[in-house]
Ligand binder design. Sequence first.
Ligand SMILES: Cc1cc2nc3c(=O)[nH]c(=O)nc-3n(C[C@H](O)[C@H](O)[C@H](O)COP(=O)(O)O)c2cc1C
Length: 217
Amino acid sequence: MSFQKLEFNEIPENEMLNRSVSLLNSLRMRRSVRDFSSRPVPAEIIHNCVKTAVSAPSGANKQPWRFVVVADPQIKKEIRNAAEAEEKEFYSHRATKEWLEDLNQFGTDWQKPFLETAPYLIVIFKEVIDTRGNESRKNYYVNESVGIATGFLLAAIHNAGLVSLTHTPSPMKFLQELLNRPENERAFLLIPVGYPAENAEVPEISKKTFKDVCMVC
Ligand SMILES: Cc1cc2nc3c(=O)[nH]c(=O)nc-3n(C[C@H](O)[C@H](O)[C@H](O)COP(=O)(O)O)c2cc1C
């Protein structure tokens, strides 16, 4: 066990307030985008966003995540084909009536052209078991940890001036197979990233208010 001094830069209160408003106003503008431009994006920007994601906290610092950044057009095509096959099944058989009703407002269907158009697909895997040591060990709070890292990633992508979609073609086992991921990993989310298409549209939705979701006592 060893410790180091915390690096902490105290910020004056008025500056704290400004920063809190500034991030609020920025992240409020984030939207899930389903209509991407194929305009290239420098890989370094994407890598920096992933580096931001992996700075996230995790249960017992296990960091139970793996990120696969896909830029290869052939692999993107294979992912699209496999995702569309699953989504076709989902929309025509697997989804319940209620689920389809809830999705109606987004105008989505089985077709996922953005999986080829977006310059990058970031595929996030969760590691249920840690296989780094001599013996396999269980990871703790895997969903919570990978969810937090994903939040960091989405915020970093937005902050960099790009757009993303949190996508969950269901089931996602095909990603493990296509990307040759080991048995201890499970696909968690598929995130296309890039510029929005010109004149991209997003559904008009509303968010719950602060009062709806936060109790102050
Ligand atoms: C865990 C999760 C899974 C999602 N899966 C999909 C998906 O498979 N396809 C899709 O078009 N949108 C998906 N979304 C996007 C949501 O529909 C979107 O976040 C929500 O409608 C709110 O819109 P906003 O992100 O623009 O604020 C998903 C979002 C989350 C957080």
